[in-house]
Design a protein around this ligand. Structure first.
Ligand code: F6P
Length: 491
């Protein structure tokens, strides 16, 4: 944290993402409330932006967002202790529909995730995507205090933004992070505007992915579709102008998470959560926490819980699985389908196995604030993260961070980037329901000593490779690039 502050002492940092870190809503009584969205990106970026100060530019999406901004569409955040400015960009309904729902989430999202959902690409959505990227470029230029800010561009909503910024602020240091997987070149070639997207991203000084595998996929894609010079040893790509460093930076969380401050003891959390959910004190608890997204593998996971009771009936009445699912991207058909499929799976399993007031599955479809999620993690005996495909998955790391008692077992998909780091989790194939059921059984039977050994290793890793290291390594590289450029200029 101190290192980041020192290196960037004289630089302006501008963060750009679609999702805003604080959403102002007006409730039924007319009161304005502030909500933290369910977003891995926000979880990771927020502590960094607090440490750097500067400006965060994002789409204003809350019902009271306009009521709290100044004449430049800015509001100081975090509300309880302001340390940076949030600048909101207002999108029309048509822009939000075309750029966010359709091009980004019906096109790029399924294109980059292996979940067997067909990507949809339509010319009119592409036009909105281009127009909204240009609007965010305007906002970056308007916020830039000088010719060379450090701009942190986040995610697949803004593939064109790095090049647009580079054209108008050639001296800027642009650090882009792609928070989702990058597919192989054959899959990526489905996108009719693949060259434009690659060229847009190559406006970056640094382009980061979670894993080396995604970097290699990206470099292979450039190699196949662009006239370029690739230095595989330095991991740089250039198309004639300045080279872009393409490197892996596994994202992480704040250590310890802010939401853990003031948390009650594990014993109290166990009791409180069980009482709230009407679960007996001696019943083991499993949790899953995510947005209701088809990449997260929720229906398969619920079916695995059903198979567990079938194969290991000794758990009937002795294990409950709580699935928190935050509604997300509801307008899209693929998301409506996943909700009804999950509800149906939960109902089937509950009607088959429930007895004497005990239910095997609790499906809680609502947004949970970070402190509530932490309490659930601390109350649980195991956490199941079985994404079909996931860039990183920070829920896995949050569960580990929540367990300062060194207890609890993580069941983790091999298709989540986090599985490359959290090797002491029980790693599972999310398409193999029988295998997942056996892993849950194994987790439930795991000795305290084994839990402690595994949890301790994972906690050390998340503590050392925390989000400050993630941002720090990118920002230090950016600072190095700036120094090199200054030396070159003087020569
Ligand atoms: O984790 C991938 C991601 O796209 C984040 O980058 C994003 O914040 C999160 O999913 C939530 O999605 P949305 O912002 O569309 O609700």
């Amino acid at each position: 944290q101190a290192l980041i502050g020192r290196e960037l002492a004289n630089s302006q940092v501008i963060v750009v993402s679609n999702r805003e870190p604080y959403i102002h809503e007006r409730d039924e009584s007319g009161e304005i409330t502030v909500r933290r969205p369910a977003s891995g990106l926000v979880t990771a970026l927020e502590p960094i932006t607090r440490a750097c100060g500067g400006v965060w530019i994002a789409h204003g999406s809350g019902s009271a967002d306009r009521d709290v901004v100044d004449s430049r569409d800015r509001v100081a955040v975090p509300p309880e202790d302001p340390s940076y400015k949030l600048r909101r960009v207002w999108l029309t309904e048509a822009e939000e529909e075309g750029y966010y729902y359709r091009f980004a989430n019906e096109g790029l999202w399924p294109l980059c995730h292996i979940a067997f959902v067909r990507p949809k690409f339509r010319r009119e959505d592409w036009e909105y995507y281009k127009a909204v990227n240009a609007r965010f470029a305007d906002a970056v230029v308007a916020e830039a205090a000088g010719p060379s800010p450090i701009v942190l561009v986040q995610d697949y909503h803004f593939a064109l933004l790095p090049r647009l910024i580079r054209q108008r602020l050639p001296e800027a240091t642009i650090v882009t992070f792609w928070h989702i997987p990058w597919p192989n070149s054959e899959v990526f070639s489905i996108c009719p505007w693949r060259e434009e997207i690659l060229d847009g991203l190559l406006g970056s000084s640094i382009l980061g992915f979670h894993t080396r595998f995604y970097c290699n996929n990206f470099i292979d894609t450039v190699d196949r579709f662009m006239e370029s010079h690739i230095d595989r040893e330095l991991s740089t790509v250039s198309t004639g102008r300045e080279a872009t460093l393409v490197d892996d930076y596994p994202i992480s969380i704040e250590w310890p998470p802010e939401a853990l401050a003031g948390a009650s003891s594990v014993e109290v959390a166990r009791q409180t959560v069980r009482e709230r959910l009407g679960i007996g004190a001696d019943v083991k608890l499993g949790v899953g926490v995510e947005r209701f997204d088809y990449t997260k593998g929720i229906p398969d996971r619920l079916r695995a819980v059903g198979i567990l009771f079938e194969r290991h009936p000794e758990w009937i009445g002795r294990f409950t699985f709580v699935q928190v699912a935050a509604p997300t991207r509801n307008k899209l058909e693929a998301y409506q389908g996943i909700r009804s499929e999950s509800e149906q799976a939960a109902e089937e399993i509950n009607s088959r196995f429930a007895r004497n007031g005990w239910r095997p599955i609790e499906l809680l479809i609502r947004h949970h604030e970070p402190a509530e999620v932490m309490e659930l993690f601390r109350a649980a005996d195991l956490c199941v993260v079985t994404s079909l495909h996931d860039g990183m998955n920070l829920v896995a790391k949050e569960f580990v961070a929540a367990r300062d008692d060194e207890r609890g077992v993580l069941v983790l998909s091999t298709f989540a980037g986090a599985s490359r780091e959290l090797l002491e989790a029980l790693l599972v194939n999310p398409y193999d329901n029988d295998g997942m059921a056996e892993a849950i059984d194994r987790a439930l039977k795991m000795s305290e000593a084994e839990q402690r050994g595994r949890m301790r290793m994972m906690r050390e890793l998340v503590r050392d490779n925390n989000v400050y290291r993630w941002a720090g390594s990118m920002l230090l590289e950016a600072a190095r690039m700036r120094r090199r450029r200054a030396i070159r200029k003087r020569m």
